[in-house]
Each structure stands twice: as C-alpha cells, then as structure tokens.
Design a protein around this ligand. Structure first.
Ligand code: NI
Ligand code: MN
Length: 226
C-alpha cells in the first residue's frame, strides 16, 4: 500500500493496480495548487469523509476525468448520484468489500454541510484493510471515545489523524487518539493549510516522540509505503 500526501486531508492511496483518492482539495489549497495538476489525476475511487469544501472541492473534476466511483455517506453519495456520478453509498458502522480491499465507515465528531449549506449527512472516517495492512483515516474529528472501538476491528499499521486544531483535534488530543486506536505510527493531516491550523512541526513531532510515537509529516507529493 502506497500513500501519497497531496496536502490538507488529500491522500492518494495505491493498492495493487487500484488508485483511491481521499478528500480531494487541491485547487483551493494554496500549498498544493501550483504543485499538482488535477487533470493529471486518474483514480478508480474517491473517498469523501464529509461534505465540507476543503474535502470535496475537486471531487467532481477528478470523478469526471476518471469515471471514478465516489464512496461516502448516504447523503453525499446521493448528492453526486443526482449529478450523474458513479457512487457507492455507505453509512456509519457499515463495511463493504471493494475490489481494492475492505472499507468501514466509522464515526467522527464534526459537521458536514455542503458549501451551499445543504445537508451532507453525518461526517465519518474510514478504515481500509488490504494487502495485510490496515489504516484508519479519521477525517475531520474531535477526539472521541468511539475511537476505542477500532482496535476491536483491526490492528492498525497507520493512523491518519488531523492535528491542526481549531476545526479538529490538535496535537495533544491526537496523541490520545493514537492511544485509543492503538497505533503508534501517525500520519498528520489537516494542518498549515489556513492560518487557523498552522502548527510548529518540530514541537508536534517531539510531543509524539516523547510518548513513544512516530508522527510523520509528509511534504506535498511525498509518499510512504506500508
Ligand atoms: Ni470539515
Ligand atoms: Mn476540514
């Protein structure tokens, strides 16, 4: 499993010959828009954690480009189905075996309106299991006791956690979250994109390291392999 960071909460996940993009927000991200040309992105699936603009902005353009299937909660999937896109609707607690692996849509504590204010269902995160690897993508969320359920489902190899604070967990809560999900390898996301969520990278890494945890902060377009 190869995971490439495209800024904010946007990840390109490559599993065998399948490509999955999570929460595509590139053309609106001042840190990513000059580095990545979304017309060069072709994927099989687009996973959306919730309907906020900074998670869905480029979903339609990439879906059109690729004829990709949009996977999200029922309300978000229906929104895109009504616009003619291929979708796979899920809801909290549900699991589906896709051709790239097993996906479970899990709880997040956040909100989920579309940019025009219409209802985007309840926000969530994803657990993806494939190739004997298991990752948790929290999406935008507060620290929640529901995270303690995740080790009952799977032994994670990586937890993708928001760390930017203000709109989501910050660093201290993300450290607790990594205990709850029982994973000491954390990919930090949802930081630095806007003024509200700028973080001190060195301090963040040190705080995790002091608890025996590895916080990975990737440069945009850099990858990790699991
Ligand atoms: Ni959000
Ligand atoms: Mn967000």
């Amino acid at each position: 499993m190869k995971i490439t960071f495209y800024g904010h909460n946007t990840l390109l996940i490559e599993i065998n010959d399948k490509k999955i993009i999570v929460d595509p927000f590139i053309t609106g991200n001042p840190l990513a828009k000059d580095k990545i040309n979304i017309s060069n992105i072709t994927v099989d699936y687009i996973l959306l954690t919730h309907a906020h603009q900074d998670h869905i902005l480029d979903a339609e353009a990439i879906a059109k480009n690729s004829n990709a299937t949009i996977v999200s909660n029922f309300e978000i999937a229906t929104h895109y189905q009504n616009k003619g896109f291929n979708v796979h609707p899920m809801n909290h607690g549900g699991t589906w075996n896709f051709d790239f692996g097993k996906v479970k849509y899990v709880n997040a504590i956040h909100t989920s309106s579309f940019p025009d204010g219409s209802y985007g269902g309840q926000p969530g995160g994803f657990i993806i299991e494939s190739e004997h690897k298991s990752i948790y993508i929290a999406g935008d969320t507060a620290l929640t006791m529901d995270m303690k359920l995740i080790p009952m489902y799977t032994k994670l190899d990586l937890a993708v956690l928001p760390i930017g604070d203000n709109f989501t967990m910050g660093i201290d809560d993300a450290i607790i979250a990594s205990d709850f999900v029982a994973c000491n390898k954390i990919l930090g996301v949802h930081y630095d994109t806007f003024g509200y969520i700028e973080i001190d990278h060195k301090e963040a890494k040190k705080k995790f390291l002091d608890k025996g945890k590895d916080l990975i902060l990737l440069e945009i377009e850099d990858s990790i392999e699991l």
